[in-house]
Ligand binder design. Structure first.
Ligand code: ACO
Ligand code: LMR
Length: 264
């Protein structure tokens, strides 16, 4: 038989050796000629399959909705300060990206993990939230610095409306909404945030589309693919903020003394 030299790398998502690059076996000419969008490309390169249009449209909506949230949030602030320190585009971008984590934008995977576990185990929202409280863990996907029960996040509403119209089932999202109803009864800032909305709805996408087996869903949730949506989306805004500062020729940023409490 064939003797094969062992390779140092295994790769399964793309191939550039032929006449044209292929994403998960789909040649670039098909991607362009058949009018694929960025949601289709994400489906091919992340999930290694073509997904139905409503799924790729949902992915694109997540990207558009999370692209930016103004200059005051952690990521944009870091990118702005870095750009004003005279650093290049990549440095300014990664400086902003590095703030994405459990408090800011990077709670999507944990929201999916905790909501899935609680729903699949049949916990009531009360049991789930109180159990998290006992463990001293904040519920990922719940809470926001400026959004409130009487000033909800429009992005969450838009995602929910799209899913209620197009998804075959929104059971995880409805569970997240019940969790929110309970957390809002405790404090007005404990709304379902955009990370929680995407986390729960992506569970519905994975489970309801018929495109993923149960072990595949567990693997996706286990590895943690979903924060990638926020990282990818917010890169658009962080790059925008970097260009904005450079266009405006903004000087080195220095935080005002008056805004620091100097204390022993
Ligand atoms: N679960 C349980 N309790 C919470 C949660 C939560 N997710 N969030 C806040 N609280 C409680 C806090 O314990 C605190 O109560 P305490 O003072 O008795 O301890 C009270 O609500 C107020 O908390 P703050 O720290 O003032 O809230 P803050 O506005 O700073 O926090 C944050 C906002 C960081 C988003 C917080 O709600 C949180 O950690 N949420 C979970 C992580 C998450 O989903 N992050 C993504 C946000 S959306 C985005 O970034 C795109
Ligand atoms: C965001 O999308 O950056 C936010 O939800 C965080 C914020 O504080 O507005």
């Amino acid at each position: 038989g064939k003797v094969r030299a062992p390779t140092h790398i295994i790769s399964t998502i793309s191939d550039d050796r032929g006449e044209e690059p292929c994403y998960a076996g789909v040649p670039m000419s098909s991607i362009v000629e058949q009018g694929y969008g960025v949601g289709d490309v994400i489906s091919l390169l992340w999930f290694k399959r073509s997904l139905p249009r409503y799924c790729t449209h949902f992915i694109e909506i997540c990207i558009m909705l999370c692209a930016d949230h103004g200059p005051c949030v952690s990521g944009a602030h870091n990118s702005i300060v870095t750009a004003r320190a005279g650093k290049d585009l990549v440095s300014s971008l990664v400086s902003g990206l590095l703030t994405i984590g459990p408090r800011f934008g990077g709670a999507i995977d944990d929201a999916a993990r905790y909501f899935k576990d609680a729903y699949d185990r049949g916990l009531t929202p009360y049991e789930f939230v109180e159990d998290m409280k006992k463990k001293g863990i904040r519920v990922p996907g719940i809470g926001h610095r400026i959004k409130r029960g009487d000033n909800r996040d429009k992005r969450v509403e838009l995602l929910q409306r799209f899913a209620r119209t197009h998804f075959p089932s929104v059971k995880y999202m409805e569970y997240a909404v019940q969790v929110e109803t309970y957390t809002l009864s405790k404090a007005n800032n404990l709304v379902l945030n955009v990370d929680g909305a995407i986390g729960s709805l992506f569970l519905d996408l994975l489970a309801g589309s018929g495109m993923f087996t149960k072990p595949e869903i567990d693997e996706i949730v286990g590895i943690g693919y979903l924060n990638g949506l926020f990282v990818l989306a917010r890169s658009i805004g962080l790059i925008g903020h970097t260009f904005d500062q450079k266009r405006l020729k903004q000087p080195l940023y220095r935080h005002p003394w008056e805004d620091v409490l100097y204390t022993k």
